[in-house]
Write a protein that binds this ligand. Sequence first.
Ligand code: 5GP
Length: 191
Amino acid sequence: MAGNLIVIVGPSGVGKGTVLKKVFQDLDNLVFSVSATTRPKRAGEIEGINYFFKSKQEFKQMIEKGELIEWAEFVGNFYGTPKKYIEDQVKANKDIILEIEVEGAKQIKQILPNALFIFLAPPSIEVLYKRLKERSTESEEKILARVEKSKQELQEINQFENLVINEEGKIEETAQSIIQIIQAHRSQNKL
Ligand code: 5GP
């Protein structure tokens, strides 16, 4: 028996990271796929925990060597999922969560249509902008670029089977909705 691949997809600033922290507290046998990125490290981020931080050259080499299961450019930087860790965890019967943007999720869907896809959406674009502002990890210019990208991403919601809205102040409820979807998927796959 092998583990499940779970893809949490949705716009930047929707709260994927915060919600997933809760999901990891409540569910066992679950691991997080650490992505590679060329984006500069933010204050408090740790190499190998939040991301594997790479130069553009290193990232290009990972692509050329076939080390990434998917990758995408997102607002001027590259992001990708290392293949080996996923393969090892799935073989070890662990469920693995990927927290990625839409283009990468579509690539995974092409190669692994049986993965579980959950689109996490904001209640509105205004809320998304406000959250990105409050997070204050990006300049105004970059925030606006992320909001523009989000508008495109929200057009693709119907490509994914499961939709959860991360309403204001409802992190716990959002996490519980995701947990229920994962549990339902797990029990289906045991049949
Ligand atoms: P951030 O710069 O805010 O950490 O991430 C920007 C966007 O890239 C987010 O939507 C995040 O989910 C996405 N992302 C993170 N890792 C990956 C990855 O490995 N592949 C893809 N396609 N997107 C990723």
